[in-house]
Design a protein around this ligand. Structure first.
Ligand code: ADP
Length: 166
């Protein structure tokens, strides 16, 4: 089941929230900054042990002071006009995060709109990739333990885009 949620992802009581991180996993602005602030310094300490993350991949940490049990850190593509494999890389982020959530036995996972902030991915195109990648995952994994995927919108435009798609 896919649910659209408006608001701050750090407040959600779910098994895992996804972080739109950068390669270093050592913190940044946007949703990454908000997650590190809310989780506390222990999150950065654990992130240092992960030695970064490739674009399209995902790595899991504990959630520390967050209501969520886990943070799944993924690195979205930087938008470079659309002909640098951005769509495949973004779809890969959603798939890899769901795979990691599955391994941890998560029933609920919340995603921010990966790459649509500083990384400049057009919001309409990113929303279409998010919805299709999540749907594809469940077509391929009909016995998944994940019962609920929340697509978290931080602005009205993203919410409207998700609503049109679902
Ligand atoms: P990226 O570098 O992948 O573009 P950003 O953090 O800059 O990541 O932005 C990703 C998306 O997360 C943007 O749409 C932004 O509006 C949204 N966002 C920022 N803060 C939060 C938050 N606290 N909760 C949910 N979404 C957020």
């Amino acid at each position: 089941m896919i649910q659209i949620v408006t608001g701050d992802i750090t407040k959600l009581c779910v098994d895992a929230i996804v972080n739109a991180a950068n390669h270093s996993l050592l913190g940044g602005g946007g949703v990454d900054g908000a997650i590190h602030r809310a989780a506390g310094p222990e999150l950065l300490t654990e992130c240092r042990t992960l030695h970064g993350c490739d674009t399209g991949d995902a790595k899991v940490t504990a959630g520390y002071r967050l209501p969520a049990k886990y943070v799944i850190h993924t690195v979205g593509p930087v938008w470079g006009g659309g002909s640098c494999g951005e769509e495949d890389k973004l779809a890969c982020c959603y798939r890899r995060c769901l795979e990691e959530a599955e391994k941890k036995g998560c029933q609920s996972v919340a995603f921010p709109a990966i790459s649509t902030g500083v990384y400049g991915y057009p919001k309409d195109k990113a929303a279409a990739v998010a919805v299709s990648a999540v749907k594809k995952y469940f077509r391929n994994e009909p016995h998944s333990c994940i019962e609920k995927v929340m697509l978290v919108c931080f602005d009205e435009r993203t919410r409207d885009l998700y609503e049109e798609l679902l």
